[in-house]
Structures are given as structure tokens and as C-alpha cells.
Design a protein around this ligand. Structure first.
Ligand code: IMP
Ligand code: MG
Length: 187
């Protein structure tokens, strides 16, 4: 186990990961998103719905950047399995604990890749009849998008590269890195 949460490189099998978005940049951007959401939801009581496990860190930081009363909840989807390639299938593993009917909900995601997960979430949430639904994703890979989805709050648009850290995993590990690292296959 590494003691350093901001190492210069991480080697996983034959893959090399190098620093991509620093802790400082992430913190700054999350604060900006928090301000934007604060302005957009004045006088409302939004529910921030985090998508486990990847969005847990972003969710925790985002709600602390928002100057509003709010509520939180989570659900969990199965997605990537244990590798870098999506299974192409999504299923609900843990459902919400609250009733979102008539509520203003903000879905909080770590990353939108093909958009399949967000599409699935939107369709599922619409059945619960929220008053409004917005999506906040820390990262979006615009070149990978295969589904027509609208992301209302985007932290960073990034190239189509596999990334880890700040909640994002590779085979469930590396979520506790403070920065985001991108695969850099040079070994
Ligand atoms: P999508 O359904 O293809 O948009 O994929 C979204 C989900 O796949 C995210 O919520 C992540 O959990 C996972 N994912 C996509 N890209 C990456 C990545 O680069 N690193 C880690 N997880 C990823
Ligand atoms: Mg996720």
C-alpha cells in the first residue's frame, strides 16, 4: 500500500498511469460547480443523488461546496465489472432510500463515458416523477458518448483515456488517490 496519495506514477500490471488532474484543480473546479448549483437552486431543496461507488468522493465534496439546504441519497449500478472495458450492460444493485416524486434531483456521477449509465438512470428516475432532474458529472469523455444525454454540470471534458483516482477505480482499487491519473501506455 502506498503512503503517498499523490505519487508521480502508478504501475498496474502492464499499464502506466501518470498525473492528469491535480488535487488542486479538482478542488477548484468542484467549488465552481458548487457555486453554479447554489445559484441555480436558490430557494429549493435539492436531493443530491450519488451513483456509488465512483461518485462518492465527488458527491461528498460537491455537497460541501453548495450553500443550500439539501438532502442526499445514493444508488448503485453494476457497470464495468473488474476491468477497463465496460460490460455494455447496466443493472440496479442498490435502490434509492427516499421518494423523489415532486423533488428537484441532481444525479451526481464520477464520469460519463458511453452515456449508457446516465441514460439508464434518467429513464429509471423519470418513472419516479421528480419535479426536475439535472446531472452533474465530474468527468465527461465526449468522444466516447454513444447515447443522447445532457450533462448539466461538467467538471472536465477529457480525452478517451482510462482514468483512476478521486473515486474512480481500476478493479476496485485506487479510489483513494487525491488526484486523477490517466493511462499512459508507454511501458
Ligand atoms: P458509461 O455507462 O459508459 O457512461 O460508463 C460510466 C461508468 O463507467 C462510470 O460511472 C464509471 O464507473 C465507469 N467508467 C467509465 N470510464 C471510466 C474510467 O476511465 N475509469 C474508471 N471508471 C470508468
Ligand atoms: Mg460510476
Amino acid at each position: 500500500m502506498y503512503k503517498d496519495k499523490t505519487p508521480e506514477k502508478i504501475i498496474v500490471g502492464n499499464d502506466l498511469f501518470t498525473p492528469f488532474i491535480s488535487e488542486k484543480k479538482i478542488n477548484k473546479r468542484v467549488k465552481e460547480l458548487g457555486k453554479e448549483i447554489t445559484n441555480d437552486y436558490k430557494g429549493k431543496l435539492p436531493v443530491f443523488i450519488g451513483v456509488l461507488n465512483g461518485a462518492s468522493l465527488f458527491h461528498a465534496d460537491l455537497i460541501r461546496s453548495v450553500e443550500l439546504d439539501c438532502e442526499i441519497d445514493f444508488f448503485k449500478l453494476s457497470s464495468y465489472g473488474d476491468d477497463k472495458i465496460s460490460s455494455g450492460r447496466v443493472k440496479l444493485v442498490k435502490d434509492l432510500g427516499c421518494d423523489v416524486k415532486g423533488r428537484d434531483i441532481i444525479i451526481v456521477e464520477d464520469i460519463v463515458d458511453s452515456g449508457l449509465s446516465i441514460k439508464f438512470i434518467e429513464e429509471m428516475m423519470e418513472k419516479h416523477e421528480p419535479a426536475s432532474m439535472a446531472v452533474a458529472s465530474l468527468l465527461v469523455k465526449p468522444k466516447s458518448l454513444r447515447y443522447n444525454v445532457k450533462i448539466d454540470y461538467i467538471g472536465f471534458n477529457i480525452p478517451d483515456k482510462f482514468v483512476i483516482g478521486y473515486g474512480l477505480d481500476y478493479a476496485q482499487k485506487y479510489r483513494n488517490l487525491r488526484a486523477i491519473y490517466a493511462i499512459n501506455n508507454e511501458i
